[in-house]
Design a protein around this ligand. Structure first.
Ligand code: MLT
Ligand code: ZN
Length: 463
């Protein structure tokens, strides 16, 4: 941006903080994937009015803009590849009092997921989307990416838990969608259109979120298993178990080893195996314990699992959950990572994983594969590490060799190239593996209506 425009911008939004240093522009120009990017200038608005003025200014001056929050995304969804102006919502972090009767809360987009949880907990309620990145991720980003997390089996994705959105269009116009109603059958649902649109249509500034009673973590089961089919068999058993299922997560032994090295702590399972399942359940019935005991006896008799432990106390549950929640960071610490956040129909997840693993072995690539994710949603994460420290271009070439066979396999399983991380720039070329050409044509038409100059988060999802 020219000095003259910068001066005009400062004058137009005196209450915004404007950053221009190299460090700030780099820091706010990338997400957790560290896909190279750098903002031209960073604006931290203090109000919806500020956002409106900034977007109108950008539209009039044809300055490209990226929305920015906690930047914990994993698809390059807020990467500034073209020196865009980054508009970061962190200062807009107001939390209104919880509406106990309606079970909702109005918040600004820059509130972190964790502070929202803490705020609602004081009222005995929760927004049930739970993510490993909750300490940093922000509600605006959670909604813009339709975040998933570790409780989707029970609560679904973020879009289920919103009853109003305030957003700013690139023209500067402020729109209020759905005014917090539970029911509103009056035509197209623009609120749902904005959720998951990755900041390409408008910038979310506030939302009214639906709340529920927090789950009770009665038991956390941690099992070791020797193959993917055993995970499927276990899931079938869990589905018929005497409890309400909150999470069914899994990870490979390779992931566990990385996490143990990072936490400098061993898991308490006596017999390790190739895979692990973490199952979080809530029991409510009176004689719950004896039913659970019976269920466990049955499970052991079927020899589906190799070993297991039950965590009932909050501290030991946290210990088990830490093994799952530390995977991303443990891998990130090990150098370059390429992430595949896939979804297949859950009943085919084990077969798909067997084939994906066989494909990896067949290609015999000089890279390492780490598998973990949300088995209960049919949503595995395949992560590749540059374990042999190849020059970075060689690493990407090797992963690409795998990718070019993985995506056709995924298509054969009617899968999706992104279960929850979104498209951003990293999955853009592969959207047609999960969407039809007709859908893409409509995407482009929608984008044209919202952002005729193509300057709002340009190059994300579609070109
Ligand atoms: C997770 O399931 O932990 C998140 O999607 C993050 C990741 O895939 O690394
Ligand atoms: Zn995930």
């Amino acid at each position: 941006m020219t000095e003259e425009l910068l001066k005009k911008l400062r004058a137009a939004v005196p209450s915004a903080i404007i950053l221009t240093s190299d460090d700030d522009c780099t820091n706010y120009g990338m997400d957790w994937t560290r896909t190279p990017g750098k903002a031209g200038v960073v604006v931290l608005p203090s109000s919806t009015q500020d956002v409106s003025v900034v977007l109108r200014f950008c539209n009039e001056n044809k300055i490209a803009v990226i929305p920015s929050g906690g930047r914990t995304g994993l698809a390059g969804g807020v990467t500034a590849t073209r020196g865009e102006l980054a508009i970061n919502m962190s200062r807009m972090n107001r939390l209104d009092p919880v509406d106990l009767l309606g079970r909702t809360v109005r918040v600004q987009a820059g509130v972190t997921t964790q502070s929202l949880h803490e705020h609602c907990e004081r009222a005995g309620l929760t927004w049930p989307i739970d993510l490993a990145s909750k300490g940093t991720s922000q509600i605006g980003g959670n909604l813009a990416t339709n975040a998933g997390g570790v409780r989707v089996i029970r609560y679904g994705m973020a879009r289920r838990w919103v009853s109003a959105i305030q957003a700013v269009l690139i023209s500067g116009e402020v729109i209020e969608l759905n005014q917090g109603l539970e029911k509103n059958n009056t035509g197209y649902d623009l609120l749902q259109l904005l959720i998951g649109s990755e900041g390409t249509l408008a910038i979310i500034t506030e939302a009214t979120l639906k709340l529920t009673v927090p789950p009770i973590h009665s038991h956390v089961f941690f099992f070791s298993l020797s193959h993917y089919k055993a995970l499927e068999n276990l899931y079938e058993k869990v589905r018929r178990g005497p409890f309400t299922l909150t999470s069914f997560e899994f990870f490979s032994d390779k992931c566990l080893q990385k996490v143990e090295a990072k936490l400098q702590k061993k898991s308490r399972l006596e017999k390790p195996s190739r895979f692990y399942a973490l199952i979080d359940v809530e029991t409510t019935s009176e004689n719950a314990q004896s039913k659970v005991d019976g269920w466990l006896e049955d499970l052991m008799a079927d020899e589906i699992v190799v070993d297991g432990l039950i965590a009932d106390a909050s501290e030991s549950q946290k210990e088990v959950w830490a093994l799952r929640e530390s995977i991303t960071e443990s891998l990130q610490m090990s150098g370059a990572v390429r992430k595949y956040d896939l979804c297949v129909p859950v009943k085919k997840a084990a077969d798909f994983l067997d084939e994906a693993q066989a494909l990896f072995e067949k290609l015999n690539l000089p890279i390492e594969l780490y598998v973990f994710g949300h088995f209960g949603d049919g949503s595995p994460h395949l992560n590749f590490l540059n374990a042999q420290n190849l020059p970075i271009e060689d690493f990407h070439r090797e992963v690409n060799r795998y990718e070019s066979e993985l995506y056709p396999l995924l298509k054969a399983y009617s899968g999706s190239v992104s279960a929850e991380h979104g498209v951003g720039i990293l999955k853009k070329n592969w959207v047609l593996f999960s969407r039809t050409p007709q859908e893409l044509r409509l995407y482009k038409a929608v984008k044209q209506v919202f952002d005729p100059n193509g300057i709002l988060n340009p190059g994300k999802i579609i070109d």
